[in-house]
Each structure stands twice: as C-alpha cells, then as structure tokens.
Design a binder for this molecule. Structure first.
Ligand SMILES: C[C@H](OP(=O)(O)OC[C@@H](O)[C@@H](O)[C@@H](O)Cn1c2nc(=O)[nH]c(=O)c-2cc2ccc(O)cc21)C(=O)N[C@@H](CCC(=O)N[C@@H](CCC(=O)O)C(=O)O)C(=O)O
Length: 144
C-alpha cells in the first residue's frame, strides 16, 4: 500500500534537490552520486507524519536493499533513522521501479554480511565508520 501524506522536503538542499529530481523524473534523472547508483527512500516522519524522501547509496542483493544510516560518519544518526525505527513500512525507488518495503535493523553476523555488501557498493562507508564511535546502523529492506 503506497505511503500517503504531505511531502516535506529536507532542509538539506543538496539531498532534497536530488530527491525532488529523482521522484519528479520518475526515476530517470538524479539516480547517481559521483557516478555511483542511488536509491530513493520514502519514510513517514515519526513526529510530523509527513512524507520524507531520502536519497541513499544503492546496495542491493537478491531483491533486498540496505539503507545505511551513515550521514558521512557524523556523531549522530540521520533523523530518517528514527522514522524507519518508528514505522518500518517504507517505499524504495530504484530507478524507474518503486516498491512498498518493510525495513528491519540488522545486527551481528547478518549486519556484518550486509556491511560488507554496503562497503563493496560504496567504499566511503568504511571511511565514515572509521570517523565515528557511533556504530552506523543498517536496515535491510524487503519487498512487502
Ligand atoms: C537534514 C535532515 O535529514 P536526515 O533525515 O537527518 O538525513 C540526512 C542525510 O542522511 C540525508 O540527507 C541523505 O539523503 C544524505 N545521503 C545519504 N545519507 C546517508 O545516511 N547514507 C547514504 O548512503 C546517503 C547517500 C546519499 C546519496 C545522495 C544524496 O543526495 C544524499 C545522500 C532532515 O531532513 N531534517 C528535517 C527533519 C526530517 C524528518 O524526518 N523529521 C521527522 C522527525 C525526525 C526526528 O527528529 O525524529 C518528522 O518529520 O517527523 C528537518 O530538520 O526539518
């Protein structure tokens, strides 16, 4: 069931601009960063109830995706993390395709497998984790 609600762009304009281009082009533009593939995650704001759209690096394996709450290795989680924690029903756009997904935070061995996949897809994640004592959380998104 697609998420409904009023869309509220992020104040982080570079990300909001990419999210808007990605969505408004139906996934034909705004689909990369530095030449690497990007997906678009839609969540429900856990305080506002508004739709929030967040570009993330694309990490896919057998139809499941990782959502890596890296925020460039900042000391705090990105706030979209708390949206997904509060309501794991999300939407993921990968290019022109879009699905309802259910997110679960992974830990332990499962996280290690998905972290390896994430770093393979986007090596900067390893640098971000070195930058911070915060353990960068990873959600795995499966088709609803
Ligand atoms: C700036 C802030 O954004 P954020 O949710 O913390 O997410 C920060 C970043 O992760 C986000 O900008 C990402 O898109 C950045 N980003 C990546 N961020 C990552 O963490 N990982 C990535 O792999 C990644 C890749 C990427 C690729 C392209 C690109 O353009 C951006 C990319 C934001 O939007 N804040 C809003 C609130 C947003 C929100 O969800 N509010 C909730 C409440 C949240 C709460 O406070 O609990 C609500 O509406 O209820 C505000 O300050 O008004």
């Amino acid at each position: 069931m697609p998420l409904t609600g009023e869309y509220e762009p992020s104040p982080s304009t570079w990300a909001a601009d990419q999210a808007d281009l990605y969505e408004s082009s139906g996934g034909t533009e705004g689909t990369t960063m530095n030449g690497m593939p990007v997906i678009l995650l839609t969540t429900i704001g856990n305080k506002s109830g508004k739709l929030r759209r967040t570009p993330l690096m694309r990490v896919e394996h057998n139809g499941e995706y990782a959502a890596v709450a890296s925020l460039g290795g900042a000391p705090k989680h990105p706030v979209w993390y708390f949206n997904v924690q509060a309501d794991p029903h999300v939407e993921l756009r990968d290019g022109t395709e879009k699905w309802d997904m259910v997110a679960r935070e992974v830990t332990g061995d499962e996280k290690a497998v998905w972290w390896e996949r994430s770093v393979a897809a986007y090596p900067d994640y390893a640098d971000y984790q070195k930058k911070t004592d915060r353990e960068i959380p990873v959600f795995v998104l499966s088709k609803a």
